[in-house]
Design a protein around this ligand. Structure first.
Ligand SMILES: Cc1cc2nc3c(=O)[nH]c(=O)nc-3n(C[C@H](O)[C@H](O)[C@H](O)COP(=O)(O)OP(=O)(O)OC[C@H]3O[C@@H](n4cnc5c(N)ncnc54)[C@H](O)[C@@H]3O)c2cc1C
Length: 395
């Protein structure tokens, strides 16, 4: 069967690409349903974009690469699409936009847009082989147990990264990149909880507080959550993308106020108060209990010298921890790294060496922060490739 364009992967980027690439497009996915990650994202409400999305919110070996696609398809373009489909939404925090109802509305919207554009969708279809031909590509697939041969002038790699294999993630994008001699940057899990050995934080499981998580590269002020196995919550997930195995991180447990000033003024006003009582005004009680032996918290405020208060403030503002690892691809929201952007045109997502071969979405070495940024990259890169394919056809 001959198609104009084959898109491998009916995820966020692949479906968006198919809404633009024009007639003769077939989208292939091995999953039972399209857009499975969209469906489960944002706790079932899909954090579909971010009002403040800009290139600074992305990690890549080439931080400039995402600029062109993101400028040509912005968060406002996606909001306009969502509005056109009558999907109600709200801002939760920090510019993060969620559906009022269900993430399934976003999947349905993309499926409808694909249909309107004339694209076909084959689910439960696995890719057996991909080869190059004189005028495009030959893709062997197995659909409902039947082998089929497809040909197309354009091939779009939109099979995402390695995160959450249980949801259908495979390394197909990287295998194809290797097959076609496209360079790859190192891949590792991103937006992922930290683990600590010996269940260090088990007694604190469930405790949450606002915190500032930092390392020498960056810093995030968002919620921190202690879990049975370690640390999670938005601030941790964000920092995890900037962390490498074995590195130390710093936690500021009271980021809003300089702790030394706070304790010193309380010592003056209420010196008889126990140090732990004062700390429990600013931190969850269970955390104060946990820190009492660790930070040697004892006595009344009046008993503390300036030096002791300064030392304690430093520990609370710069609690140095070394995660033993991360939860890995099993729970990571994204995969950092991927197809090297050097191999692609930033305008069209087409590979520079193989005409008609494109890569979009998470498969590419562009990874967003937590907060709707990853979907915005999927939409923008999908539109860039789809529009380029359609424009070439018209030319
Ligand atoms: C739990 C979770 C929650 C998330 N929440 C958010 C959020 O709220 N906001 C946000 O911006 N980002 C979120 N993300 C990240 C976001 O889902 C991804 O960045 C985005 O889906 C990437 O889009 P993509 O199209 O490149 O890849 P995907 O959406 O992963 O799509 C890839 C598609 O390719 C298919 N595929 C893979 N291998 C093969 C193969 N060998 N053969 C055939 N088909 C194949 C898969 O089945 C899948 O349908 C979340 C991720 C997770 C895991």
């Amino acid at each position: 069967m001959a198609y104009e364009t084959l898109i491998l992967g009916a995820g966020a980027a692949g479906m968006m690409c198919a809404t633009r690439s024009g007639p003769g497009t077939l989208v292939i996915d091995h999953a039972k349903a399209p857009g499975e990650k969209i469906r489960i994202s944002g706790g079932g409400r899909c954090n579909f974009t971010n009002m403040y999305a800009s290139p600074e919110n992305y990690l890549s070996q080439n931080p400039h690469f995402c600029k062109s696609a993101m400028a040509r398809y912005t968060q406002w373009d996606f909001i306009e699409l969502v509005d056109r489909h009558g999907i109600a939404w709200h801002e939760k925090t920090l510019g993060q936009l969620f559906c009022d109802g269900s993430a399934k509305q976003i999947v349905a919207m993309l499926v409808e847009e694909m249909k309107t554009a004339g694209a076909d969708l084959w689910l439960q279809t696995s890719v057996t082989s991909v080869t190059r031909t004189a005028d495009g590509f030959r893709v062997e697939v197995e659909r409902e147990g039947q082998p089929q041969v497809l040909t197309a002038r354009n091939l779009v790699i939109a099979t995402g990264g390695k995160s959450i294999p249980k949801m259908g993630a495979t390394g197909l994008a990287y295998d194809l990149a290797r097959q076609f001699d496209l360079p790859l940057t190192d891949t590792r899990p991103g937006l992922v909880p930290f683990t600590f050995s010996e269940d260090r934080f088990k007694p604190l499981a469930g405790v949450a507080l606002p915190a500032r998580l930092s390392n020498e590269r960056t810093s995030f002020d968002e919620a921190l959550l202690f879990t049975h196995r370690g640390l999670s919550g938005p601030s941790v997930l964000q920092l995890s993308s900037y962390w490498h195995e074995g590195e130390q991180i710093s936690v500021n447990l009271i980021p809003e106020t300089p702790v030394f000033d706070l304790l010193r003024s309380q010592r003056q006003e209420a010196g008889r108060k126990a140090l732990t009582t004062e700390l429990a005004r600013h931190l969850p009680g269970r955390l104060v209990d946990f820190l009492t032996p660790e930070f040697d918290l004892k006595g009344r405020l009046a008993d503390q010298s300036d030096a002791a208060l300064r030392d304690l403030s430093d520990r609370l503002e710069n609690w140095r921890l070394t995660p033993s690892g991360s939860e890995g691809y099993r729970t990571a929201e994204v995969t950092l790294g991927g197809i090297d952007t050097d191999a692609l045109s930033s305008k069209t997502m087409e590979t520079k060496t193989i005409p008609g071969l494109y890569a979009v979405g998470e498969a590419v070495d562009v990874t967003g922060w937590l907060g709707g940024y990853n979907f915005q990259w999927a939409w923008a890169s999908g539109v860039a490739a789809g529009s380029a394919i359609a424009a070439r056809r018209e030319a």
